[in-house]
Write a protein that binds this ligand. Structure first.
Ligand code: GRF
Length: 200
């Protein structure tokens, strides 16, 4: 069975949805490590409660993005991590990291890429007046929000929606598609062809 790590900086809503899918056998891989760059991230607390190994490293104690990532990768190797799932991890990963885990890092972004890249995707789509938005699971490359797309789920923006209700709907959609995408990845059902991911 493959081992994977989830990286989270915050609440860990996606982490919890993914963990649930692991526990119920929908994802046949071992969630072996939860990493956070934030000491107080609820994701770490959740993992500890659930008996999952945790790791925290403070990026401020490292000189560059790459030295930080080198230290993380050392731990990942030690834990025999096969692939990495970024779930609300609010840092860019270095080229070094991507080279160490080529086509083996997944991320979720809360808009239909390539629309609304960046840190405030839900708010940006809402304020722009988009009628449809929704999350994207994609492979990670060095450039932010640029890798090949794996799954997307459209979420309608209705007149009665507020930013808060929209955020909730997008998070619910995230918790559906992220476990699904990880399951496809684990079963070797994702084939990257240039920009495209073919679901076998
Ligand atoms: C999600 O909206 C995700 O798309 C974005 O950060 C948020 C993380 O939420 N990258 P959570 O920590 O998984 O609850």
């Amino acid at each position: 069975m493959m081992n994977f790590a989830v990286f989270a900086s915050g609440r860990g809503g996606n982490l919890q949805a993914i963990h649930k899918a692991v526990k119920s056998g929908k994802i046949k891989a071992r969630l072996a490590l939860v990493f956070s760059d934030k000491k107080d991230a609820y994701a770490l607390e959740y993992a500890t409660k659930e008996g999952i190994a945790t790791l925290h490293l403070n990026p401020k104690e490292f000189e560059t993005r790459e030295t930080f990532d080198r230290e993380i990768v050392k731990h990942l190797r030690r834990a025999k991590i096969d692939f990495v799932v970024l779930a609300g991890y609010m840092r860019l990963v270095s080229g070094y990291f991507v080279e160490q885990y080529p086509d083996k890092i997944l991320n979720i972004h809360p808009s239909l890429l390539p629309s609304f890249k960046g840190m405030h995707a839900i708010k940006d789509a809402f304020e722009y007046g988009a009628k449809v938005t929704g999350p994207t699971v994609h492979f990670v490359v060095e450039q932010m929000d640029e890798g090949a797309l794996i799954l997307q789920e459209p979420v309608a923006v209705e007149s009665k929606d507020t930013y808060e209700t929209l955020k909730l709907k997008i998070h619910e959609a995230e918790h559906r598609i992220y476990p699904k995408a990880i399951d496809l990845f684990v079963r070797g059902k994702l084939k990257i062809e240039g920009r495209k991911v073919i679901v076998l």
